[in-house]
Design a protein around this ligand. Structure first.
Ligand SMILES: [Zn+2]
Ligand SMILES: [Zn+2]
Length: 251
């Protein structure tokens, strides 16, 4: 879950933790869940929609946007739980949505979900792009990251930890495959290209519980940048907590 706030607007990206955790996270940031203007879902994997049913039950008037394929999937989930699905809406990648002072643009991502997307969120001069769950970095996703002042980018796994770990081989292959996730090295290469385009602010995110450690991710990215001649002190690179509740961005 990412909580993003501007002067006039509060939005949430993904509901991957329990409703209680979402509610508590907002209280920490002195906001109430009833003030959230809209929710945007990236895709239907459980680590992105765990709190959906309860959120819709408790906040039936808060619009929830997703891509068309994800929308159909979420409608079924709510219908099975006998929860009205009227609050679900489709966001089209060609039609950004404006809520008060914030504009949200969806873009396609490559991942083993029905219709996954990332989001670029702008308010005034500031733009934040959230790109996680990426099996492959496409030119389109890269352009959105390049167009942002702040990037939330996946750094999912350390290759050695993944291959030495206890997951069955087919899952290891899925994670490292073109529809899985970006490794620390992959993320380092993307961040290097973004650095060459003048970008300096990054949050490493969607870190695997079992196949990564914050220190390994940060080291991989920083050594890639250093080897290419960049001065790390010019960068702001932070690591999101593994269970990302209530990461807050003020646009
Ligand atoms: Zn996923
Ligand atoms: Zn995920």
């Amino acid at each position: 879950m990412y909580y993003i706030k501007s002067d006039l607007t509060s939005i949430i990206i993904d509901l991957g933790v329990s409703y209680k955790k979402i509610k508590d996270a907002l209280t920490t940031y002195e906001n109430d869940i009833s003030n959230v203007n809209a929710v945007f879902i990236t895709h239907e994997h459980s680590d992105h929609i765990k709190g959906l049913n309860m959120f819709v039950k408790k906040n039936p008037n808060t619009p929830i946007y997703s891509s068309e394929g994800t929308y159909n999937y979420l409608c079924n989930i709510l219908n099975e739980a006998e929860i009205p699905s009227d609050s679900l809406h489709i966001i089209d990648t060609n039609s950004p949505i404006t809520i008060n002072d914030v504009t949200i643009q969806a873009f396609d991502t490559i991942h083993d979900a029905v219709n996954p997307v990332g989001y670029k969120i702008s308010s005034g001069e500031k733009t934040l792009t959230i790109a996680t769950d990426l099996g492959t970095m496409t030119d389109d996703v890269f352009c959105h990251l390049c167009d942002s002042s702040f990037s939330v980018i996946e750094s999912n796994y350390d290759k050695n930890m993944l291959y030495a770990g206890s997951y069955p081989f087919y899952i290891k292959r899925r994670i490292a495959g073109p529809y899985g996730h970006l490794s620390n090295e992959d993320s380092g290469q993307v961040i290097l290209k973004l650095a060459q385009n003048g970008k300096r602010n990054f949050l490493l995110s969607h870190m695997s519980e079992n196949n990564n450690m914050p220190i390994l991710a940060k080291e991989a990215i920083c050594s890639t940048l250093s080897l290419a001649g960049f001065d790390i002190s010019e960068f702001d690179i932070s690591v999101a907590p593994k269970e990302f509740t209530g990461e807050v961005y003020l646009l």
